[in-house]
Write a protein that binds this ligand. Structure first.
Ligand SMILES: Cc1cc2nc3c(=O)[nH]c(=O)nc-3n(C[C@H](O)[C@H](O)[C@H](O)COP(=O)(O)O)c2cc1C
Length: 286
């Protein structure tokens, strides 16, 4: 059990722990003191420990180091906006491996991405072995070739009779993209991984309806953090859409499925202008 432990000597009955407890673990008694229900189910989210001004709470199974004081963060919304509006997918990498210590640092931050019921069930699979990358590239190219046959059916005229116009148009885009990719691959280029020195895959529990979210949350944390180190990333749709192919070539733990895949390497170029996107399609119920 992860039940929080209260140091009554330190507690001033401010009530913050009960207020932030998302479950029924902490309530308050008549004089405002917290009452901890040892039988209640606890996620060990640590909100109670992290908010207590008196450091009066702890969780036995989680060492106090995990609850080190909040690091200073002075990111303004202007800085954050600038960061997000200048982040681009990267397909041109320096001929430089990504150091293992750096990969570990990235994963150490990515593992902080939230998970449902704080289960933290996700696996990171890192590939820097170039032989393995070539093996994956070949397998995904083969898979893309068979996908293209299906995509062409979806982009065909008869398919327009039963697909929505948006889906049908999307099939056309996919067909064009796959055809370019396969042409480059046939010419001996690497349109799948763009010669990235490192691939990272993100897996979640197959049977968990939130397994994909757990994988992709970590993926996005890692991708954003990587930018701060001169690294560039790109989501890899060819790999993400072929988890069964990946499972034949990678050590994916039983019960897990790969939902996220990225290429990673040191950026060769930096961009001079911000990201352009179409205006957001937004629906309000006000
Ligand atoms: C789900 C998903 C799959 C993607 N797959 C690929 C891919 O296989 N190869 C690639 O080079 N880029 C891929 N991308 C990157 C997009 O092409 C890119 O995000 C888009 O063109 C906008 O460019 P930007 O990210 O630089 O703003 C993918 C992006 C997403 C969200």
């Amino acid at each position: 059990m992860n039940t929080p432990i209260l140091d009554k000597e330190k507690c001033t009955a401010c009530g913050l722990c009960a207020e932030v407890c998302g479950l029924d673990v902490i309530a308050r008694n008549g004089d405002g003191h917290p009452i901890i229900n040892p039988a209640a189910y606890c996620h060990a989210c640590g909100h109670c420990v992290a908010i207590c001004p008196q450091n009066a709470l702890s969780i036995r199974e989680i060492g106090s180091d995990a609850f080190a004081p909040m690091p200073a963060s002075n990111i303004s919304s202007t800085d954050m906006e600038a960061f997000l509006l200048t982040k681009r997918s990267c397909r041109e990498f320096k001929d430089r491996p990504v150091e293992k210590a750096v990969i570990e640092q990235l994963i150490d931050v990515a593992r902080m991405a939230p998970t449902a019921i704080n289960c933290q069930e996700r696996v990171f699979i890192v590939v820097t072995d170039q032989v393995k990358i070539t093996e994956l590239r070949m397998a995904l190219t083969k898979h893309a070739r068979s996908m293209l046959k299906l995509i062409k059916l979806g982009a065909s005229k008869p398919a327009s009779l039963f697909l929505s116009s948006d889906t049908h148009a999307h099939m056309h885009h996919l067909q064009a993209d796959f055809e370019v990719a396969l042409r480059h691959m046939d010419d001996g280029g690497d349109y799948i991984f763009h010669y990235a020195p490192c691939l990272i895959f993100f897996a979640g529990i197959t049977m968990d309806p939130a397994g994909r979210d757990h994988a992709l949350g970590a993926q996005h944390y890692l991708m954003l953090y990587a930018e701060t180190m001169g690294l560039g990333t790109s989501i890899n749709g060819y790999a993400q859409s072929a988890p069964k192919v990946l499972a034949k070539h990678l050590d994916v733990p039983e019960a897990y499925t790969i939902y996220g895949a990225i290429t990673l390497g040191y950026r060769k170029y930096t961009y001079r202008r911000r990201v352009h996107r179409e205006p957001a399609l937004t629906v309000y119920h006000e």
